[in-house]
Design a protein around this ligand. Structure first.
Ligand SMILES: [Zn+2]
Length: 255
């Protein structure tokens, strides 16, 4: 970025996409490329055919991040036939993370570093007395990782291995996201938006699916956000989570 210094002069925005859906390839990637913006895509590398299209996305400058192979979440979601975090050990979660890492390195050896994303924003295994954080395992293998939570990330204070994020629902508008970005810009913080599916049309506010995974964020509303970000590069840097995390590390080291 020109002569501007992150944190001194500007805040930062990262656009992140979870679970590697086809709608992200069809709607989000072309829009980002049109506006010259780089984003982070957290995928679950299961088979080679799933992965092939993401190689091109990675080669064009977007970050392809690790979202584990098995995407294990709390059993409270009630998903049948799936392993749950309550019955997973730290060693098993590490194996799942490293298997994904191996697949991603094979897919895109050109990208030597990547960040991690906690499936369902959950960073623990076990329950009750035996519940343990797996953040230290993630911190051993990655420069940064995305969770979710309260305020946008403060460059000095945030835990780089459980970055907070803003979960985008389908009923929100591009302008809602612009307002959130402006608040982060005013405070010189780093806001990370979380998208799941993308949808050609804006879903109804009353569609329960629009509140969570797969609800889809409208491609048109996404364009509104991208246009704003590409027109305000003097006030806000839009970059991958990896690239901003590296700048935070450098900034902390020189303070
Ligand atoms: Zn996910």
């Amino acid at each position: 970025m020109n002569q501007l210094q992150l944190w001194k002069d500007t805040g930062a925005v990262s656009l992140s996409f979870d679970d590697g859906s086809a709608s992200q390839l069809e709607i989000a990637v072309p829009t980002l490329n049109q506006f010259g913006l780089y984003a982070t895509f957290y995928i679950n590398p299961r088979t080679e055919t799933d992965l092939a299209p993401w190689r091109e996305v990675g080669l064009s400058g977007h970050e392809i991040g690790n979202h584990t192979v098995s995407h294990i979440c709390s059993r409270n979601f009630g998903w049948s036939n799936q392993k749950s975090l309550e019955t997973t050990s730290l060693a098993e979660i590490e194996d799942d993370i490293l298997l994904a890492e191996q697949h991603l390195r094979n897919l895109l050896p050109e990208q030597t570093e990547r960040t991690f994303c906690y499936p369902c924003y959950q960073n623990h295994v076990g329950e009750g007395l035996y519940r343990q954080s797996y953040v230290p395992i993630v911190a051993k293998h990655f420069p940064a990782a995305r969770g979710t939570g309260e305020a946008a990330n403060h460059p000095d204070l945030t835990d780089l291995h459980y970055l907070t994020s803003w979960i985008v629902s389908g009923w929100m508008s591009g302008n809602d996201l612009i307002q959130a970005a402006k608040a982060a810009m005013a405070q010189k913080r780093w806001i990370i938006f979380v998208f799941h599916g993308m949808s050609p049309e804006k879903p109804s506010m009353w569609d329960p699916a629009s509140y969570y995974h797969g609800g889809g964020f409208s491609g048109e509303e996404f364009e509104v956000l991208c246009q704003f970000l590409s027109h305000h590069t003097e006030e806000v840097q839009t970059n991958t989570i990896l690239n901003v995390a590296q700048q935070v590390r450098q900034w902390r080291a020189t303070k």
